[in-house]
Each structure stands twice: as C-alpha cells, then as structure tokens.
Design a binder for this molecule. Structure first.
Ligand SMILES: [Ca+2]
Ligand SMILES: [Ca+2]
Length: 359
C-alpha cells in the first residue's frame, strides 16, 4: 500500500471547493457497543476511569466510499496524563462489532479488514509507540508502529479533561483521507480504501472505540454535528455556465460502448445537481456527442441511452424533469477547423449549457 503525505496547500484548496450539507444528529442513529453508555445530548462514555474496559459507538448506516463525506465529533481522552490510558480509534469496518481488543488495542486491535485512526495516549514500547500522545492511520487492527510506513504524528498532551474537535474528511476522487484535530489538519494521506483495504467493498460502517488496560482514563465522544460534504463545481466552470457558454464536462465522457454511469460521473452529476439547486431559475441542457466509428444508428442509440441515464440520475437527486433537456448530436460536431487545420475528435463526449427557459 502506498501512502503519500500531501502539503497543507493542497488541502486548503480541496476544502475550498467543497460545499457542505449538514445531517442532523439523531441519537437513534448511534449504536453503543461493549462498555459504552449514552450520557445524553449525543454524547457517549466509551470507558470509565477504570481498568480493562472497552467500548464502541457505531453510526447506524454504512457510508459509500465512492462518495465524499465528513464526520465531526468532540473527543475527551480523560484527565490523567502520566497515568492515563489507552486512547481512542476512529474506525472504518465492514460490520458493526461490540469492540476489538482492550488495553493497547484501544478497542480496535484485531479487527480486520479495517482502517483506524488512533489517538493513542499510552506508550507501549513493544509497539514502537512514541513517548508522547500521538495520532496515526493504522490498518487491519494492527496497532504496532514497527511495520507501518508512516511515522505517528506527535500531538501535545490530549488527556487534559477538555473536549477536542476531531474531523475526518474523505475525498474519493483523490482517495484522500484528511484528519483534523482542534481545527488544524494533522494528517493527509492518499489511500485507496476500497481496493487496498476493503478488497473491493465500498459499503463500510464507521464508529469510534476506546479502551483501558492496566491504566485508565474517562473517555467520551460527543457527536455535536455530523457533516456530510457534497462536492461542488469549480468556480471557473460555474462562471462559464452562468454566462450561458457551452462547457465540456470531462467526467461525463463515456468509454467506447459504455452507457452506464460510473462513480466519477455520478460525483460530477451530484455537483451539477447542487449547482441547479443553487440556481432554481436555470434549466440545463446536455449535448451527447459520439464519434466511435460504430455506425450512426448504433452510436445514436447509445448516446440516447447515456443522456437518459444522466436525466434519470438528476431526477433521482431531486431535480425536476422539466428543467433537464437533452440533445443527441451524433458526430455532427466531431470535425472542426481550428486555425486552418481540420481536427477530428473521437470518442463519446458530453457538453452542457445552462439557460433561462421561456416561461
Ligand atoms: Ca499505546
Ligand atoms: Ca498524554
């Protein structure tokens, strides 16, 4: 598995292009496991300040790793620093289990396949833990740093009785996982979660675990606001569309004979749907072009199918059908003269334009 650390500049950019839709936190959507007890107001006590406890809390619904999302919560890692243990782990797992191993396992140890983000407050020498509290991305319930390719990120003492803001952001296009602590980005990693961690499975549950061992701490989580993000169109394409110009949408290019929408195309259509919601007066027109050499009749039929799928997808996303127009252009605009040279375009490409329909 390849991990890449991104620069801060990269994620400032990625945060800016993302719009937010908030999901109301419903306590019924949060399911406690192991020693976890609800303490009201969307807060859960995962462990008391007692030895050998462990608990989890899971979100009821799975997330689709093909879609972007973000979760935000507040964590209390306890009040004992030198004598406090063991820490918490934010977990992605294909099933909801009561808890993993206690003690150094932090309720995550032994769970596989999995991806966990540990906030470890106890130094276990045989796991190559640093002396300080630290955060790290771990896979398959393995809490040892001996074989991991990335060094854990050292943080200042987090066992200070306070609630700390913890945020996870997933961008499937870039397979980028970013982790924020107290509002600051501390880890940005690319990891192909679907292929490399979950072996093709994209429907994954998420939750948080904590455990104590020979030492302990009171460990709690509060889900003040769950934020699921929807990606937005870039600024320049928005301006182009609002000016009435026709725009080429790269992600809506279909390969050869393909007529089904893939994950990337759905994300692109999600962006367009959000843009249409923001501009309720505008209608949208899709132009389907095809120059694959498969014969006019067959290509036209496929183009019609693609446009129909695009329309159906947007209707499913809540855009009224009478705002969506489609036109199949075949290979009519495949050949153009640019600077005196004849240029022929191959493939199946889609263009869009926005317009104000005549009332
Ligand atoms: Ca540890
Ligand atoms: Ca500490």
């Amino acid at each position: 598995m390849k991990w890449t650390t991104f620069t801060i500049a990269y994620f400032l950019f990625s945060v800016m292009v993302i719009g937010q839709t908030y999901l109301q936190v419903d306590p019924n959507d949060l399911q406690p496991g192991g020693d976890t007890r609800s303490t009201g107001n969307n807060c859960f006590r995962l462990t008391m300040a007692q030895d050998w406890m462990s608990g989890t809390v899971w979100y009821r619904e799975a997330v689709d790793l093909n879609s972007p999302f973000e979760m935000e919560m507040k964590l209390r890692l306890g009040c004992q620093d030198a004598e406090g243990a063991d820490g918490m782990v934010f977990i992605f797992l294909p099933e909801k289990v009561p808890t993993g191993y206690r003690g150094e396992g932090m309720g995550f140890g032994g769970l596989r396949p999995s991806l966990g983000i540990e906030i470890d407050t106890w130094q276990n020498y045989h796991l190559a833990d640093p002396e300080e509290d630290h955060v790290a991305v771990m896979v398959n319930g393995n809490v040892s740093h001996f074989y991991s390719q990335e060094e854990p990120v050292i943080i200042s003492n987090i066992e200070d009785c306070a609630l700390h803001l913890f945020r996870i952001n997933w961008e499937p296009d870039a397979t980028l996982l970013t982790i924020y602590l107290d509002g600051k980005p501390i880890i940005a990693r690319t990891v192909d979660m679907i292929q490399d961690v979950f072996l093709g499975d994209n429907t994954i549950f998420w939750g948080i675990s904590a455990a104590t061992g020979k030492y302990n701490n009171l460990q709690e989580v509060c889900f003040e606001q769950l934020t699921f993000n929807v990606p937005q169109l870039g600024y320049s394409i928005k301006q182009r569309l609002l000016s009435g110009a026709i725009a080429d949408v790269k992600d809506l290019t279909f390969r050869r004979t393909k007529t089904e929408l893939d994950a990337e195309q759905k994300v692109q259509l999600d962006k367009l749907a959000l843009f249409l919601e923001e501009n309720p007066d505008q209608a949208i027109e899709f132009f389907g072009n095809s120059n694959e050499g498969g014969g006019e009749t067959i290509e036209d039929k496929r183009t019609d199918q693609r446009l129909e799928r695009i329309r159906n997808y947007l209707v499913q996303k809540g855009i009224k059908a009478d705002r969506i127009y489609t036109q199949s252009l075949g290979s009519r605009f495949a050949t153009r003269t640019i600077d005196g040279k004849t240029v022929t375009r191959k493939g199946n490409w889609t263009q869009v334009r926005l317009f104000l329909p005549v009332p």
